[in-house]
Write a protein that binds this ligand. Structure first.
Ligand SMILES: C[S@@+](CC[C@H](N)C(=O)[O-])C[C@H]1O[C@@H](n2cnc3c(N)ncnc32)[C@H](O)[C@@H]1O
Length: 474
């Protein structure tokens, strides 16, 4: 069942008109529309889009119908349709757009309520950005609530090791792969500290490609700042965006001299700032916490050796601005590290093909592995993996499917590994506690799922998790 969604409701026979707009050749109109009620008249309803030209002297021209779309009714699988209309190829110049609800082909209007959930007019190339900007405060509030629901209170506990992220292993970042291939299950198990890491290792082995070794890169950069045996010429300047409680940063800095790095952590969530600073004190002497929205990132001319973002880009709307600001904020030889980033389908979803393979695997799992537990709520037995578009209500995966392309546009790729077409979904926080690292059955299931995932990816499937190292492209 879908959660409630905010919409403009137009009843049969009514129309909504908007402020005049200027239509140019590349202007498109994007609409998300559906039936607002689960039961509408048996002949469905009609969404009609009309355009009335407005001349310079204020007079209006003949109204044109630019779209008529029949909507059968409300279906829980597809409760709305998305329509991209190339308006610039249909009409031109200044005019007024009107949306109308028609009663359907038999003229039966009862309960014909049309819901308009989204309407975006602008250059086609910017539609996804403008679309993502909608409902920002509502989405952010829901994002925070979802974060709290998915991760228990240990996230904000100064003394605990936050292990809640689905993308990064407990206590050690997912990128902390041992060098060289792991040949036996026992050796692999001895090194793995979490179920998620076990899965990550199996993926890397199958893909025959390790993610970048961020710890090693940090060590090499610090070594480059040393003169003689111990003196440090200057501190390495590191900025982390969407840093949460600094878990990844703490793992990275462990074992490195606390005075070697000047670390700036940037997160919008006021609750994490204080916790973060105290948790990092042991591994870094100079920690600055900035409590602000990364979407409006302004580095005020500061330069960094490393800027990193772990599992944060998929919450951002202003990706173009953020990535170009990051590029400008890097030293000439500086690097941007994208760590354990979700780059899959918008809304934190699997692509349909991957979902079909994952669901077939899931359906065959013993019941104990299909139990979901969300944020201390009651355990439920699932038939299928979830497919809700989280970006409808929250910022989760708001533009995730564009991240990889935008990284490539803004930077020169140094090293990257993209993996996990669906394993990330099978090992979601809701399911991960069903697996026991010390049980042969659990290990074998993870191995099998990972092998299936690798096979799917190697046959052209699109992966969902990215670890990459980038440099300025100019
Ligand atoms: C999935 S968590 C990742 C946290 C941490 N990097 C880690 O890997 O454990 C996403 C983090 O991004 C932060 N965040 C989301 N949107 C943000 C924004 N617009 N500006 C700054 N921080 C944001 C959230 O508060 C949260 O701490």
């Amino acid at each position: 069942v879908w959660p409630h969604r905010l919409g403009l409701v137009i009843l049969a026979g009514a129309r909504a008109t908007f402020e005049p707009i200027d239509v140019e050749a590349d202007t498109s109109l994007f609409l998300t529309a559906g039936a607002a009620l689960s039961e509408i008249s048996s002949d469905g309803l009609e969404l009609v889009v009309r355009f009335t030209p407005v001349h310079e002297d204020g007079s209006t021209g003949a109204e044109q119908t630019v779209l008529t779309r029949h909507i059968e009714g409300f279906d829980a699988e597809t409760p709305w349709v998305e329509i991209m209309l190339p308006l610039g190829s249909l009409v031109y110049g200044r005019g007024v757009v009107a949306l109308e609800c028609g009663p359907g082909p038999l003229g039966e209007p009862s309960a014909d309520w049309l819901a308009i959930y989204e309407m975006v007019v602008g250059p086609a190339a910017q539609q996804s950005l403008h679309r993502a900007r909608g409902h920002n405060e509502r989405r952010y509030t829901a994002d925070l609530a979802r974060f709290e629901q998915r991760h228990d209170a240990s996230v904000l506990d100064k003394n605990s090791d936050y292990a809640g992220s689905p993308l990064v292993a407990a206590g050690r970042p997912a990128f902390g792969l041992a060098a060289g291939p792991v040949t036996t299950l026992e050796r692999q198990l001895a090194r793995a500290v979490s179920v998620v890491e076990l899965g990550n290792r199996a993926l890397a082995r199958g893909l025959q490609r390790n993610p970048p070794d961020f710890q090693q890169r940090l060590g090499a950069r610090l070594a480059g700042l040393r003169t003689g045996s111990s003196d440090v010429t200057r501190k390495l300047r590191v900025l982390s965006l969407c840093s949460g409680v600094g878990r990844v940063e703490r793992a990275l800095l462990q074992g490195i001299w606390p005075e070697a790095v000047a670390l700036t952590l940037w997160d919008r969530n006021a609750d994490v700032a204080e916790v973060t600073a105290s948790r990092l004190a042991a591994v870094c002497e100079e920690v600055t916490v900035v409590e602000d929205d990364v979407n409006h990132l302004d580095l005020q001319g500061e330069r960094y050796d490393v800027i990193l973002c772990a599992s944060g880009l998929h919450h951002l709307v202003e990706l173009e601005h953020v990535l170009s600001t990051v590029s400008d904020g890097l030293e000439a030889d500086g690097e941007f590290w994208s760590i354990a980033e979700f780059v899959g389908r918008n809304g934190y979803r699997m692509w349909p093909g991957a979902r079909a393979v994952a669901n077939a695997f899931f359906a065959d799992l013993p019941e104990a592995y299909r139990v979901s537990r969300v944020g201390g709520g009651a355990a439920e037995l699932d038939e299928k993996l979830g497919d809700l578009d989280q970006s409808v209500q929250t910022l989760e995966g708001i533009r995730s499917q564009e991240i990889e392309g935008l990284l490539q546009q803004n930077f020169a790729v140094q090293d990257s590994q993209a993996r996990s077409c669906f394993l990330w979904s099978l090992l979601e926080p809701a399911y991960v506690s069903n697996y026991d690292l010390h049980a042969q059955e659990s290990i074998e299931l993870i191995e099998r799922a990972a092998a299936l995932d690798v096979k799917y990816q190697l046959a052209g499937g699109r992966p969902g998790i990215l670890n990459g190292v980038y440099r300025k492209s100019h």
